[in-house]
Design a protein. Structure first.
Length: 242
């Protein structure tokens, strides 16, 4: 099945921006020119431009020419969960390389995050994530033993761990995300192919089931040249002033 036309238009424009064919500060072709190029009506073209605008790649709109603002698509905060899904939505080919996985006793910090007893068994893994074959993010994931044990016998280079767990009936309901910047340690530097001490975007995440019980704690470190995060706040109602 072919992708909807607006996705195809967005993917091609995204490719041009990422490749440098259209550089930051340059204007995209007009809506009329894009309609002719892609044999499309204004609806799909405007939808494609709106997608790129939401990703932070372009600005403009409302009668103004769209101008390239960035070459790295941003990930909407509310969908910051599945790396594989985010990659696909932004036109990248996701990949992964499992570095290690083990059943271990948890330390006090892990026990506190997962609300279990110190010394309880957990499943820990280290996995490198790729975008178009390039190192993009390093995952350090810890699962409670009942949730993580099936991963020990699974092919974790095949795709999304979240998709695998969901297929097995694991109740992944919500997540709390904390973002900060950290310096790359020796492991980060070797696997992400950056200098030791280079700044990385870190996401720490606690994922819970629908009853609020923690199932996963993760420390994910992104190269800042391949990932950014956008948070949009909307004030729904104004407070009356006297």
């Amino acid at each position: 099945m072919r992708d909807p036309l607006h996705r195809s238009v967005a993917a091609e424009l995204r490719r041009r921006i990422r490749s440098g064919a259209v550089q930051v500060g340059q204007a995209l072709p007009s809506e009329a020119d894009l309609c002719r190029e892609f044999a499309a009506s204004r609806g799909p073209v405007r939808q494609a431009l709106a997608t790129l605008r939401d990703e932070g790649l372009i600005g403009g709109g409302q009668g103004r020419r769209s101008v390239v603002l960035d070459s790295v698509p941003s990930q909407p905060f509310e969908s910051f969960l599945s790396f594989t899904r985010r990659a696909e939505l932004t036109g990248h080919a996701p990949g992964q390389r499992l570095q290690e996985i083990a059943l271990r006793r948890c330390d006090p910090a892990m026990a506190a995050a997962l609300q279990i007893d110190e010394g309880d068994l957990v499943v820990q893994l280290l996995r490198l994530r790729l975008l178009d074959g390039r190192p993009a993010m390093l995952e350090r994931m810890t699962y409670t033993e009942p949730v993580g044990r099936p991963l020990l016998d699974s092919d974790l280079d095949a795709g999304s761990i979240y998709a695998l767990l969901t297929e097995r009936g694991v109740d992944l309901d919500s997540a709390r995300h904390t973002f900060d910047a950290v310096a790359a340690d020796a492991t980060d530097a070797a696997l992400l192919e950056v200098p030791e001490g280079a700044p990385l975007l870190r996401e720490r995440r606690v994922t819970t089931d629908s009853h609020g019980l923690p199932l996963e704690w993760s420390d994910d470190r992104y190269r800042p040249d391949v990932a950014t995060v956008t948070v949009t706040n909307t004030r729904k109602a104004r407070t009356a002033t006297l």
